[in-house]
Design a protein around this ligand. Structure first.
Ligand SMILES: Cc1cc2nc3c(=O)[nH]c(=O)nc-3n(C[C@H](O)[C@H](O)[C@H](O)COP(=O)(O)OP(=O)(O)OC[C@H]3O[C@@H](n4cnc5c(N)ncnc54)[C@H](O)[C@@H]3O)c2cc1C
Length: 304
């Protein structure tokens, strides 16, 4: 499989863009705000809550960072106007984290104010290790302004248990995911099962301290193990939710989760950066190539 993944990555730059678009399209909710908002409405009608993400990261100029910030601000207004059940989940490097602490902090503050005005929630995605501590610091700074804000903790990082212990409280809202970036092997757990075990440890630790946890994974072993633990420990359903990426084919599992009264939130990326984003992600994490092919085949099978 590794060989196939690497081969796909080598040939991607030579494939016609429309082909990459077909393959990537299940993951992406359109290019324009309207396309995305229509998709949010459809997902809400199916019982899902949504986390909206404009595709992109690492902007190079303050004006780009401001443009993205303003676009997010207007999305908060649209969510309210259209009475959608959705919040925003975004990357700090998309609103200027590479341009200095003051730049990103100012833009983030504008976003937090828009979230507050609309009584909505804001999640800061977690990027790679050079940004981890600063993301946590910005989260702490903004929490003083508005408490409906949350971050992400990655189960593959050695530091995460200590971060969870430090941050968890009744007002902490955290998404826990495995982690998608290729990191220095010394900083991360490298064994698949060890990452799963740490994931479970982090969820339990956060929940025990009263935090709200977004369980973000498609790993059915994790979903099943945690469902059992949550039930056995009588954890109220308003203390956690399940989160998945748009397009990952685990619909049956999601339906079962919702039938059992759980909240399921779909992370919905969209925007004109879809091509660069898809290619960069594939290069960063060759495993994604395998998922996409698997997904393509399952779409073909569904069509037959
Ligand atoms: C809602 C959400 C938000 C996230 N936010 C962040 C973040 O802020 N920072 C960060 O570093 N990472 C983030 N991630 C990515 C996450 O860290 C993992 O890399 C990703 O979810 C794959 O891990 P997994 O837990 O699904 O387990 P895996 O073991 O990778 O996958 C389990 C099974 O799910 C299927 N699967 C998983 N991903 C896909 C896919 N893309 N397409 C098709 N099938 C797939 C595969 O069949 C696989 O066997 C997020 C993930 C989700 C779901």
């Amino acid at each position: 499989m590794k060989l196939i993944n690497n081969l796909i990555i080598q040939i991607i730059p030579f494939l016609p863009k429309f082909f990459v678009k077909i393959v990537a399209s299940p993951y992406i909710a359109g290019i324009t705000d309207n396309e995305m908002l229509d998709n949010v409405k459809k997902l809400n009608a199916q019982g899902f809550k949504v986390a909206i993400d404009i595709l992109g990261e690492h902007v190079q100029t303050e004006s780009e960072a401001k443009e993205i910030t303003d676009r997010y601000v207007s999305i908060y207004d649209e969510i309210s106007k259209r009475e959608l059940s959705a919040n925003i989940s975004m990357k700090l490097t998309h609103i200027g984290q590479d341009l200095g602490y003051d730049v990103v902090k100012k833009n983030l503050y504008d976003l937090v104010r828009a979230a507050k005005k609309n009584n909505n929630f804001l999640r800061l995605d977690m990027e790679n290790v050079p940004y981890t501590s600063e993301t946590i610091q910005l989260y702490k700074d903004m929490f003083l302004e508005y408490q409906k804000i949350g971050i992400v903790i990655q189960a593959y990082l050695h530091r995460s248990l200590s971060d969870i212990k430090d941050l968890s409280s009744e007002s902490f809202n955290v998404r826990i995911c495995k982690g998608i970036y290729v990191e220095d092997p010394k900083l991360v757990l490298n064994d698949y099962q060890e990452i799963r075990d740490n994931y479970i440890r982090l969820v339990k630790e956060a929940i025990k301290k009263g935090s709200y946890v977004g369980i973000a994974t498609h790993d059915e072993y994790l979903i099943d193990t945690l469902c059992l633990w949550l039930k056995k420990n009588d954890i109220a359903k308003n203390k956690f939710e399940f989160q998945v990426l748009h397009g990952v084919p685990i619909r049956k599992k999601l339906k079962k989760l919702m039938d059992d009264g759980n909240t399921v939130r779909v992370y919905l990326p969209y925007g004109d950066n879809w091509y660069d984003y898809s290619v960069r992600r594939l290069k960063e994490n060759p495993k994604m190539a395998g998922y996409i092919i698997k997904n393509l085949f399952s779409s073909i099978l569904r069509l037959r």
